[in-house]
Design a protein around this ligand. Structure first.
Ligand SMILES: *[C@@H]1O[C@H](CO)[C@@H](O)[C@H](O)[C@H]1NC(C)=O
Ligand SMILES: *[C@@H]1O[C@H](CO)[C@@H](O)[C@H](O)[C@H]1NC(C)=O
Length: 371
């Protein structure tokens, strides 16, 4: 070995202790049976979660080492407190999160008052903050106080075989004045890129999916029951949404099936390349498809005067037929574009909507469709 090579090797070896001494995760199994166990468990690259109750007002926060595998081995319940949450948060890269069919129980019924995030008692929202890349699967969320998942993955994430069961919130309770007790219980709120959500069932009282910004998002083979349908938006100022694929979902008894909503006062935003394929919907209460650039700051106005600050293009229904059946009082399709805000040719050849009555469409670039 030449002196030069020796010195280089010696130099590398001199650094080795520092590399080894860096706080690396160990190839061990950490077990969590209470919040007290979390700090030690996340030093391991296998983390098992046993059944336990998270104390009121605390976040069950898993900050995982890269490459960690998480296995749920029991159900996690959250004790009740009127605070902002979140109740559960997980972060890390290249994570394999196996729910094994176990449940995060948000005790929603103890909060629900029919007002969601608009009033009444303070409700933890979102309930679940997902900030991992890798996979997150086979997890059930029962009775979220309000919004369920907020997803902001650092790299590609696939979420699959999830259940959100807020069906109990469809019924009124003593605090909800005759309205559904659950409110603003969005399934997935996504402001992110490189995300797949698939093969999941969502029963709630608001958007099944809401994409507020981001690109390369696929939402496929999910079942949405009872809520407000699959949404792009609400779109605010200075955001870009592009490359969204909504395919082969089943939408049952929702207010609308497929919706794009942009705020009337938003500016500097672009929404493009949204593809719908093979979705089926039945029992739709208000609109089969609604594209509305007049989303106001507050509900319930719909289809008012649209804004022009969100540029919308490339909204296509192609591939397998999207088959939507609306209830007798509902509109089939409504499109309300701001003047000059919608552009290009939109191919709607794979859209069939039946029932109800025709809505108003005021964008001339829509081809291969009439209602
Ligand atoms: C539209 O989005 C799809 C899916 O993300 C992508 O494959 C395609 O390249 C995009 N098309 C354009 C014109 O950007
Ligand atoms: C669509 O209708 C709304 C409301 O009447 C109007 O403000 C808007 O300019 C129309 N858009 C187009 C593209 O004609």
């Amino acid at each position: 070995m030449s002196t030069f090579k020796f010195l280089r090797l010696a130099g590398l070896l001199a650094f080795l202790p520092f590399i080894v001494a860096a706080p690396a995760a160990s190839d061990c199994t950490g077990t969590i049976s209470s919040l007290d166990d979390v700090a030690a468990a996340v030093k391991c690259t296998t983390v098992n979660i046993n059944a336990f109750t998270v104390p009121a007002g605390k976040t069950f926060d898993l900050s995982l080492a890269d490459g960690t595998t998480v296995n749920m081995q029991g159900d996690v319940k959250f004790a009740v407190k009127n605070w902002d949450g979140p109740l559960f948060q997980v972060s890390g890269k290249s994570i394999t999160f196996n729910g094994n069919g176990h449940t995060f129980d948000g005790n929603g019924a103890s909060y629900w008052d029919g007002q969601g995030g608009n009033g009444g008692v303070t409700k933890p929202a979102p309930m679940m903050k997902i900030k991992i890349s890798g996979t997150y699967s086979n997890v059930k969320v029962l009775n979220s106080p309000a919004r369920v998942y907020s997803v902001s993955n650092p790299a590609q994430l696939t979420m699959s075989q999830l259940t959100i069961d807020n069906s109990a919130g469809d019924n009124p309770n003593s605090a909800s004045g005759g309205k559904a007790a659950g409110h603003n219980t969005d399934g997935f709120d996504c402001s992110t890129t490189n995300l797949i959500i698939q093969d999941s069932t969502i029963h709630n009282q608001d958007d099944c999916l809401a994409i507020n910004k981001g690109s390369n998002i696929v939402f496929q083979r999910n079942t949405c029951i009872g809520g407000h349908g699959i949404s792009v938006g609400s779109i605010s100022s200075d955001v870009t949404v592009s490359g969204i694929t909504i395919s082969n979902n089943v939408i049952q008894d929702n207010d609308q099936a497929l919706r794009i909503k942009t705020k009337a006062d938003a500016s500097g935003s672009t929404v493009s390349n949204i593809t719908y394929s093979g979705n089926t919907a039945t029992g739709i209460r208000k609109y089969g498809v609604i594209i509305d650039q007049a989303r106001p700051a507050s509900y319930p106005d719909t289809l008012g005067t649209p804004g022009t600050g969100v540029k919308l293009s490339g909204v296509n229904f192609v591939g397998s037929t999207n088959s939507i059946s609306v209830n007798s009082g509902a509109k089939r399709v409504a499109v309300n574009c701001g003047s000059g805000a919608c552009s290009g040719t939109w191919d709607w050849s794979a859209l069939k909507v039946s029932g109800g009555s025709a809505g108003t469409m005021n964008y001339s670039g829509i081809k291969n469709f009439s209602q």
